[in-house]
Design a binder for this molecule. Structure first.
Ligand SMILES: O=C(O)CCC(=O)C(=O)O
Ligand SMILES: [Fe+2]
Length: 381
């Protein structure tokens, strides 16, 4: 009788323990999902929560009342006709070299037309990029950033390990040259990116040969000195979801890019602003099929400061998702980039930068917070 009583009591205990555990699991499941969500760290996911009326404080970028105002002199942004670089007419060739010189000196920014890259291919890049961000969290998690040197990195903001304020942006960064890397999803993304980045490399090479000449050097100067046949090319896909408080958040804070020339395309939603004569200028792509191109840090280094890398930022809006695809065209990873020797004169024009391997510069930039031209200042003499 006594044994029987114990037997039942042990069973009762087990029963109540099981009920308790299953109750706890029910209660914990949403918490686990929430923690997973935080770990995923996707602003797209956050923006999709239907009740989001205000931004979490981690996204509150302090708006500085001393910030210069924004203007729209869209019609004065330089336009470069790429086809003129290969024209049989020498006047047209010297005209476009002059245009490049003015654009690099005055703006650090230009729109490139007649470049030969099909508009359909450019549209496909945007379409497939959008499909990438629509993959499930589990699918995207596979490509999540573990180290800044990873050739495929999906993530949010810029560098959440260092940032106190997050950017309203998710990204996918891919090293596409000298070795090509791409996610295997969505279907066709990799093929489209391979073709697109190959074609943009050709355009970058052509523009850099024109820029070599506009610097007064031989047309192949940049190509040879910076070993462009094995150039490091990085493709950055940016997604900026609609933001309930666009004036408080920032897509990407003011920065300059590493590399020589960055090519940008977008999905018809504006957001890029460049700093011009101390003012932020809105830039939208008004010429269908053109590239928005900006000068980057290694052009400033190579030209010994004659062409400055342009500071720019991406702002967000409350109505539309913006997708932009930036391709950074740089020197070869192992080249220690320094000012062209022809542009340096010990007495009148000494070197303004110390040499640094391009891959080390990229790693330095990616391991810090994105902030103005602080990275370039590290190599400035
Ligand atoms: O999305 C944009 O307009 C700017 C992107 C950008 O500056 C970058 O990816 O470095
Ligand atoms: Fe940039």
């Amino acid at each position: 009788m006594h044994v029987h009583y114990l037997f039942w009591s042990r069973h009762h205990c087990m029963y109540f323990l099981c009920v308790y555990i299953s109750y706890m699991l029910d209660w914990l499941a949403p918490c686990i999902t929430y923690i997973e969500h935080l770990k995923m760290n996707s602003v797209k996911r956050l923006a999709e929560s239907s009740d989001l009326k205000s931004i979490p404080s981690i996204y509150a970028y302090s708006t500085n009342s001393n910030e210069p105002p924004v203007s729209d002199p869209q019609d004065s942004i330089p336009i470069i006709d790429f086809s003129m670089l290969a024209s049989p007419d020498p006047t047209l060739r010297s005209q476009v070299i002059q245009d490049l010189d003015n654009a690099c000196k005055e703006w650090g920014f230009f729109q490139v037309i007649n470049h030969g890259v099909p508009e359909t291919l450019m549209n496909l890049v945007i379409e497939k990029s959008s499909e990438f961000f629509d993959l499930t969290d589990e699918e995207k998690k596979y490509f999540e950033e573990k180290d800044v040197r990873d050739p495929i990195r999906y993530g949010t903001s810029f560098n959440t390990k260092k940032e106190k304020v997050f950017c309203w942006r998710d990204f996918l960064k891919l090293i596409v040259h000298p070795e090509f890397h791409s996610p295997d999803k969505p279907l066709g993304f990799s093929d489209v990116l391979f073709e697109y980045t190959k074609r943009t490399r050709e355009v970058a090479k052509g523009l850099l040969s024109g820029i070599s000449m506009s610097l007064g050097l031989d047309h192949s100067s940049i190509e040879k000195a910076l070993k462009l046949e094995s150039s490091l090319q990085i493709c950055i896909v940016n997604l900026y979801p609609p933001c309930p408080q666009p004036d408080l958040a920032m897509g990407l804070p003011p920065h300059s890019d590493h590399g020589l020339l960055t090519f940008l395309i977008e999905n018809g939603v504006g957001g890029l602003q460049i700093k011009h004569n101390g003012q932020w200028v809105n830039v939208t792509n008004t010429l269908p099929g053109s590239f928005l191109v900006n000068t980057a840090d290694h052009l400033e280094i190579f030209s010994n400061g004659k062409y400055k890398s342009v500071e720019h930022r991406a702002v967000v809006n409350n109505a539309f998702t913006r997708i932009s695809v930036a391709v950074a065209n740089g020197p070869s990873p192992d080249t220690a980039v320094k000012p062209a020797y022809e542009l340096v004169d010990e007495e009148r024009c000494p070197a303004a930068f110390v040499p640094m391997k391009y891959k080390e510069y990229v790693q330095m930039q990616q391991s810090n917070q994105l902030s103005k031209k602080t990275c370039l200042d590290q190599v400035r003499i």
